[in-house]
Design a protein around this ligand. Structure first.
Ligand SMILES: [Zn+2]
Length: 506
């Protein structure tokens, strides 16, 4: 269809309609349709004509519609078409007004159109391809973007159109389809250039020019129901309920809201936790806060301020209990910063930011702080189960011990244990038995009732339960191995062997 749409060379430069389009153009124009929507329904699928100034389009369209029918019959002979019966403009306009469409004022008085080209809102696009393509509107959006104070390198322009546009589009399509049917031609829904496409062609270059960054777009149709209903309704039923052509709207649609947001950015690093009184995430029970701070808050509060972000999501490679310290090189973490206004940071900036976090609290320290991609965060989680972790536990024994009583633990390699979900986490984890491996152990005798135990284990092992046995739910355990009662007094994580994020030199 569109490939046959050769512009009338020499007659009107750049004007994309040909003689065979004339009856459709006249029909739509007479019912109050804008030139760009007329192009769409005549399946003009190259961009340039849509971008011409509206005034010029209107003038060219009027000239096109005024040309003699004879000229057009000649134009229409190639490619050969069935002879098109062209109605004269006057009677066509009268038809339009009988159908409820008002005669566009521009046809009444040609001088008016040059001053006020938008006297009428288009009955199909409600002004989307009129006012909302003008530089004044583009500038308004750009001012909003600029006043929001974002650092950005590209722009995604998302538009949500009024749902009634789909209904109007459907009505106009039925009308044009019927008209083309008279000429023995067909018109599928997809043959028409979509409103959102035409809108992109016109506005994206303007945004790009104004903001100096590449522009991409997507339209947000949240009212899928309208589209589905239109697919289902029978054409005759639709015509009974809705005028074809769609009637002239009383007003243009308006831009209800212009909102700006920046896509999330991601920061990763490793943290140490030096406090036995600090949870990893806010500890809230029945709406009541139990401890005043948390690891994620101590880190994220600084990031929120510097990135001028609205919120964050914290994730990490495993987690430690509130009373467990994390020492050594620390635990990998990543933070998603939502709607950041600042995004451009050098590695020096990141070092200073890390410094700022580290000065702000003696309960935590951060290292390897860096900007990462969303995709890279997957490395932190992948193969988590296979990774090893090393711990240091302070163990108490009921019976008095000698150094030789614990040395046998040093010789146990890759000890397999079965862990039932610990009682203390049973309220939030399903009951299961998991097999875990204690790779190595190393004991350091302290006195008759205390020793230190270094452990290298498979990630996901419950260390406290492995030591005290959790009422026999973990088998074997240090107590059962020693034939006595033991408990764990302190626990530190010494290393989390995940080689992400990359280590940075200080
Ligand atoms: Zn329109």
């Amino acid at each position: 269809m569109s490939t046959e749409n050769q512009p009338c060379q020499g007659l009107l430069s750049m004007f994309p309609l040909a003689g065979k389009d004339k009856s459709i153009a006249r029909l739509l124009f007479g019912t109050g349709t804008c030139p760009r929507c007329i192009f769409r329904f005549c399946c003009v699928d190259f961009h340039a004509p849509y971008k011409l100034p509206y005034k010029d389009l209107l003038r060219d369209l009027e000239n096109f519609l005024k040309t003699e029918d004879d000229d057009l019959t000649l134009e229409a002979t190639e490619p050969p078409l069935k002879k098109i019966r062209l109605q004269d403009g006057k009677s066509q306009i009268d038809d339009g007004s009988q159908n409820g469409g008002e005669m566009p004022a521009i046809l009444k008085d040609e001088n008016m159109l040059l001053e006020k080209p938008y006297l009428n809102a288009c009955n199909i696009c409600l002004g989307i391809l009129q006012e909302f393509c003008e530089k004044t509107f583009i500038k308004k959006v750009c001012q909003k973007v600029e006043s929001a104070g974002y650092e950005f390198t590209n722009l995604v322009f998302s538009v949500s159109f009024p749902p009634q546009l789909s209904v109007r589009e459907h009505a106009a399509w039925l009308l044009v389809k019927q008209e083309m049917g008279k000429q023995g031609l067909s018109l599928g829904r997809d043959d028409i250039v979509q409103l959102k496409e035409a809108y992109k062609w016109i506005t994206h270059p303007l945004f790009s020019e104004e903001l100096g960054v590449p522009v991409d777009g997507k339209s947000v149709f949240t009212r899928m129901a309208v589209g589905k209903a239109l697919d289902k309704i029978k054409e005759d039923d639709f015509r009974k309920k809705f005028p074809c052509p769609p009637n002239s709207p009383k007003a243009f649609c308006s831009a209800v809201e212009i909102e700006c947001a920046h896509g999330a950015v991601f920061v990763a690093g490793r943290y140490n936790k030096y406090s036995r009184n600090l949870p990893q995430t806010p500890w809230i029970i029945d709406g009541e806060r139990k401890l005043e701070s948390s690891v994620e808050e101590l880190i994220s509060n600084q990031l929120l301020t510097v990135f001028k972000a609205e919120g964050f999501n914290f994730s990490s490679s495993g987690r430690e209990d509130v009373d467990v310290r994390t020492l050594g090189n620390g635990r990998p973490f990543a933070i998603e910063l939502l709607n950041p206004h600042r995004i451009q940071f050098t590695s020096q900036d990141m070092k200073e930011l890390q410094q700022k976090i580290n000065i702000s609290s003696d309960k935590i320290q951060v290292r390897d702080l860096q900007l990462v991609t969303r995709e890279a965060i997957g490395h932190m989680k992948e193969g988590e189960e296979e990774k090893t972790k090393t711990y240091n536990a302070l163990v108490w024994t009921d019976k008095a011990i000698q150094k030789k009583d614990i040395e046998f633990l040093d010789n146990l390699k890759d000890l397999q244990i079965n862990q039932k979900t610990p009682l203390r986490v049973l309220h939030r984890r399903p009951l299961a038995i998991r097999v875990r491996i204690i790779h190595t152990m190393e004991t350091h005798y302290i006195d008759e009732h205390h020793f230190r135990l270094h452990l290298k284990t498979q990630a996901g092992t419950y260390i406290k339960e492995f030591v005290h046995g959790d009422f026999g739910r973990t088998k074997p355990n240090i107590g059962s191995l020693m034939n006595g009662t033991v408990d764990i007094l302190e626990l530190d994580v010494e290393s989390v062997d995940v080689d992400w994020p990359p280590v940075l030199d200080d």
